[in-house]
Design a protein around this ligand. Structure first.
Ligand code: UDP
Length: 333
């Protein structure tokens, strides 16, 4: 069988989709997940190893038994609201834990590392189309923790020859079109799954978090990327590193994964209503702390260097695939 790739967070939303494309490409995705926010049922395309990122002995054991050729590091805490209330959880759970993983990776002799970063590292930037060279001024501990891990990867590139590809995600949406895996958080805080829950009466009306932002309709604008496009970029990034086109003997390359097009909260709500052909119960509420006004990026560099195109990332397609998955009922919570 194929070469193993250690996938931290493989039982989570994006990690589970990454495992599917890795398996389809002939790799053996080895999921390493604590199941604190992940789901055992989401691990369907390769072996599962339960463990915490901060457990160095457990990580060493998993590296020794599977001998992965690379690491894809998805595991993280990722909620802006929670990060505002409990920053320590983010510094410990994202930054300290990633340090342990990076040290274990290097000790195991693995030098290729693909990391999930975020547009939340940018903060507010005055309506510009973001790219890899924009300054990073995060507005919350989530973004700050991801920026710190990016910096850490650069330091270990210099000291130990770690090669990394860093993807700054914009808003990830949609699901596997076969609905084998999908987005499922408990509690759910993300816009599209909350809209779908409101549509089919699984929860109360959607609350719009702030309608007095300086945008055309007063609600925040985000760039939504289909999860299958996103994980395709990871496969391309991995193959690029493996083929020796990326940094060699230490370096990190950063790529923004956006579509160049922004949708306001109200526009996403309207699109969900029209794709599902159902009314969306909603109400307006106060702003949520830590939210940037507008986060939109192109993907010129990812296209030019990796050949990436966000082909499936149209709003109707993302909602359609999320809706199909939603109707399966998700995992056993
Ligand atoms: N949002 C909202 N109501 C909700 C959840 C989210 O208005 O119940 C807004 C949120 O303020 C942000 C956008 O939807 O502007 C996307 O939020 P999400 O939590 O999905 O992703 P984030 O942008 O925080 O990564």
């Amino acid at each position: 069988s194929g070469e193993a790739v250690l996938v931290t967070g493989g039982a989570g939303y994006i990690g589970s989709h990454a495992c599917k494309v890795l398996a389809q490409a002939g790799y053996v995705p080895v999921t390493y997940d604590s199941l604190i926010t992940g789901w055992r049922e989401a691990v369907r395309f390769g072996p599962f190893e339960e463990g915490c990122l901060s457990d160095r002995a457990r990580l060493d054991e998993v590296f020794a038994s599977h001998k992965p050729i690379a690491v894809m590091h998805f595991a993280a805490l990722s909620q802006v609201g929670e990060a505002m209330a409990e920053p320590g959880k983010y510094w410990r759970g994202n930054v300290c834990a990633s340090l342990t993983l990076i040290e274990a990776t290097i000790a195991a002799g693995v030098r290729d590392f693909v990391f999930s970063s975020t547009c939340a590292t940018y903060g507010d930037q005055d309506g510009v189309l973001l790219d890899e060279d924009c300054a990073q001024n995060p507005l919350n501990a989530y973004g700050a923790s991801k920026r710190a891990i990016e910096d850490m990867l650069a330091d270990f590139a210099a000291s130990d020859g770690l090669n990394s590809v860093i993807f700054r995600y914009f808003n990830v949406a949609g699901a596997d079109p076969d609905a084998e895996v999908g987005e499922f958080h408990r509690p759910e805080t993300h816009l599209i799954p909350l809209i779908l829950d409101a549509i089919d009466g699984k929860r109360d009306a959607l609350t719009i978090h702030g309608s007095d932002y300086p945008t055309p309709d007063g609600t925040c604008v985000r760039d939504y990327v289909h999860v299958m496009d996103l994980v395709e970029a990871h496969l391309q990034g991995l193959n690029w590193l493996r083929a020796g086109h990326g940094p060699r003997d230490g370096g990190s390359e950063r790529f923004c994964l956006g579509t160049g097009k922004g949708f306001s909260v109200r526009e996403v709500v309207a699109a969900a209503g029209s794709v599902t052909n159902r009314p969306v119960p909603m109400q307006e509420g106060p702003r949520r702390g830590g939210d940037a006004v507008r986060l939109v990026s192109g993907s010129e560099k990812a296209g030019r260097v990796l050949g990436w195109t966000p082909a499936r990332s149209t709003m109707p397609q993302m909602i359609q695939d999320a809706w199909r998955w939603h109707q399966t009922g998700g995992y056993d919570a």
